[in-house]
Design a protein around this ligand. Structure first.
Ligand SMILES: [Zn+2]
Length: 287
């Protein structure tokens, strides 16, 4: 059975509280040998580390998600530096910029990686565009801090960007050569994919590749060199077909890999070898 990794999962979310052991068992049965649990705040990062300590197949990424930027402490660096020393912390992330829901435009912010329960608490009355500026500045500020920690500690980054591609690329670019990013849940066109690869970063693809309306993403997959991409679920979000709309879990990398292999015209074994090798090179502590 070909082995795959889930390079982006939110295993610390309450969605898995009731059946965590079953979720892990299904992943193992599906050949998903390693799972990286991604932090979205300091608490979430710490929970990811605890999971990595408890389960051999789980690794952790530590970072503060841009959608929750306003709640971040003034200086994230000391805590992240400490986390980064852990042998199973394989990356800084997820970090980046998210302009999808700015406070002044929709009255709510919180990206795909914010649980519904927290989204409700983020609801705020309509505000003015000066709030948007403040919000973007705070996102850029914590993104910068976290890129600095990545450069200092020799870890690569898991990048979240939504409606902020140019600004995200511009901010990571000065770190090229020191820090690589994986632009996770990649949904951009082939031209933008090449701009990411040009600065030494990578892309990873989720269950969106299986969606009926995901042809644009499949076109990007087709254009991406086989050794420059990784697979992920971003669970509990974005369950692939035939589970679309349900809670997602790491086992479903299998369905994602099936479609990606088809699009790339390669065997599951070739895709397994390529993506696992790419992941081990990128997340160097992923032994
Ligand atoms: Zn995520």
């Amino acid at each position: 059975m070909p082995i795959f990794y889930d390079t982006h999962a939110h295993l610390d979310y309450p969605d898995y509280a009731k059946d965590f052991a079953d979720v892990l068992a299904r992943a193992q049965a599906a050949g998903i040998a390693k799972i990286i649990s991604i932090g979205t705040s300091l608490d979430s990062s710490e929970r990811a580390i605890r999971l990595a300590e408890k389960y051999p197949a789980i690794y952790a990424a530590v970072g503060w998600h841009p959608s929750d930027a306003m709640k971040a402490p003034a200086d994230l660096r000391p805590a992240l530096r400490e986390f980064a020393k852990h042998p199973k912390v394989v990356a800084i992330g997820e970090i980046g910029l998210d302009y999808h829901r700015l406070p002044g435009t929709s009255g709510a912010y919180g990206g795909a990686s914010v649980p519904a329960s927290r989204l409700v608490r983020s609801l705020a009355p309509p505000t003015q565009s000066s709030d948007d500026t403040r919000y973007k500045q705070k996102q850029a500020d914590i993104f910068q801090q976290q890129l600095e920690v990545a450069a200092e500690t020799g870890l690569n980054c898991v990048i979240h960007q939504r409606d902020a591609f140019d600004d995200t690329l511009a901010q990571i670019k000065p770190f090229a050569g020191k820090v690589r990013g994986v632009f996770h849940c990649f949904g951009e066109n082939a031209d933008r994919m090449r701009r990411v690869l040009d600065i030494g970063s990578l892309v990873s693809f989720t269950g969106i590749v299986t969606f009926k309306n995901g042809q644009n993403v499949r076109d990007t997959v087709a254009a991406t060199p086989l050794d420059q991409l990784m697979l992920e679920t971003d669970c509990p979000y974005l369950a692939p077909v035939p589970y679309r709309g349900q809670r997602c879990e790491p086992a479903y990398v299998k369905e994602i890999s099936g479609v990606v292999a088809q699009v790339k015209g390669c065997s599951p074994e070739e895709l397994s070898a390529a993506t696992c090798q790419t992941a081990k090179r990128f997340f160097r502590k992923l032994s």
